[in-house]
Design a protein around this ligand. Structure first.
Ligand code: FES
Length: 321
């Protein structure tokens, strides 16, 4: 009884893995890809004979091609971790009905660094999506799915789903969709800054780069001040990315050894780095504000002396070098 149950579990696991393989190759695999898949299955005792895999493949291909259109949502580890929307069975059934397309979940589809991912098949053609994390993102993807299913064409005009389109052959390192609005920080920038309340200048240089295959942006900055007739440079490092809740945050590290985290808020064309540290009422607060422009961005340091109102302390126009 126990051995029978074990065999049943193994074959259902094998079929799930095989379906994910067919989806990830969009039903067109190379002999090398099949060889790699087969040796993984052998090594992990999912198959003993080649025929086991052939049967499983035939079944997976049938499932892949069933229905005029079908969306396969990846529920592998990385995708499940980053996804913020519900994919309960009832929820998916409802969405499938509303969007005229059957929906199945699969094991890992391959490009985990682009999670969450999904593959849409309409007729013989496929379109992949990546980095759709929130309910709003999912809604944009599902609108695409519905239009594609209704027009029997997987490759339609993307509209709102454009940021989520993913080509597994070309986009393996597609930068973070959520960080697209911070792309203006990537590059080398220089600027001369001034203080609003008094004389004096300072010089700043920043290098912004995509990190970790485009899932974070790092900013390395050096600010030079004239102190008692001598130039002194202070370095800092900021990392911008999504936190576990999918919200964009910044983690900053200063040359004094201080490390702080900030919430990033975009309002009226300004990006405010709000200090997340709890402050007592009446305590002084600082915030950095970035205003993107044509050739770079303006950086303002604002101070709330304790009154609850921020005032500009210094400003520097950073120009792309
Ligand atoms: S877990 Fe979804 S692509 Fe790997």
């Amino acid at each position: 009884m126990l051995a029978q149950q074990l065999n049943k579990n193994l074959s259902s696991e094998l079929n799930d893995l095989t379906l994910a393989f067919v989806v990830r190759t969009q039903n067109h695999w190379s002999p090398e890809a099949l060889e790699r898949f087969q040796s993984y299955l052998r090594k992990n005792d999912y198959i003993r004979h080649e025929a086991d895999l052939q049967d499983s493949l035939a079944q997976a291909q049938e499932i892949f091609m069933e229905d005029a259109s079908r969306l396969f949502i990846c529920t592998g580890k990385s995708c499940s971790k980053r996804r913020k929307f519900d994919i309960s069975e009832e929820g998916l059934e409802k969405l499938a009905h509303e969007h005229n397309c059957s929906i199945l979940t699969t094991k890992c589809q391959g490009p985990c660094n682009q999670s969450p991912v999904a593959t849409l098949r309409v007729g013989e053609n496929c379109q992949m999506f990546s980095q759709f994390e929130t309910d709003n993102d999912l809604s944009a993807v599902l609108k695409y799915v519905k239009r594609a299913a209704n027009s029997s064409n997987a490759l339609i005009q993307a509209l709102d789903a454009e940021p989520f389109l993913f080509n597994p052959k070309q986009d393996r390192r597609k930068p973070s969709v959520a960080l697209k609005k911070f792309e203006f920080l990537v590059g080398l920038f220089r600027g001369e800054g001034s203080y609003l309340a008094g004389p004096g200048t300072f010089w700043k240089e920043t290098t912004g780069s995509w990190e970790a295959d485009g899932r974070f942006i790092s900013l390395r900055a050096g600010t030079t001040y004239l102190i008692e007739g001598k130039q002194e440079t202070y370095n800092s490092f900021v990392m911008i990315g999504s936190n576990a809740d999918g919200k964009i945050e910044a983690w900053s590290f200063g040359s004094g050894g201080n490390a702080e985290s900030h919430q990033l808020i975009k309002e009226n064309g300004r990006i405010c780095f709000i200090d997340k540290m709890e402050r007592k009422p009446g305590e002084r607060r600082l915030q950095k504000v970035l205003v993107p422009g044509e050739q770079g961005y303006e950086e303002l340091l604002e101070i709330d002396p304790g009154s609850g109102i921020y005032e500009v302390y210094s400003t520097v126009k950073m120009e792309r070098a």
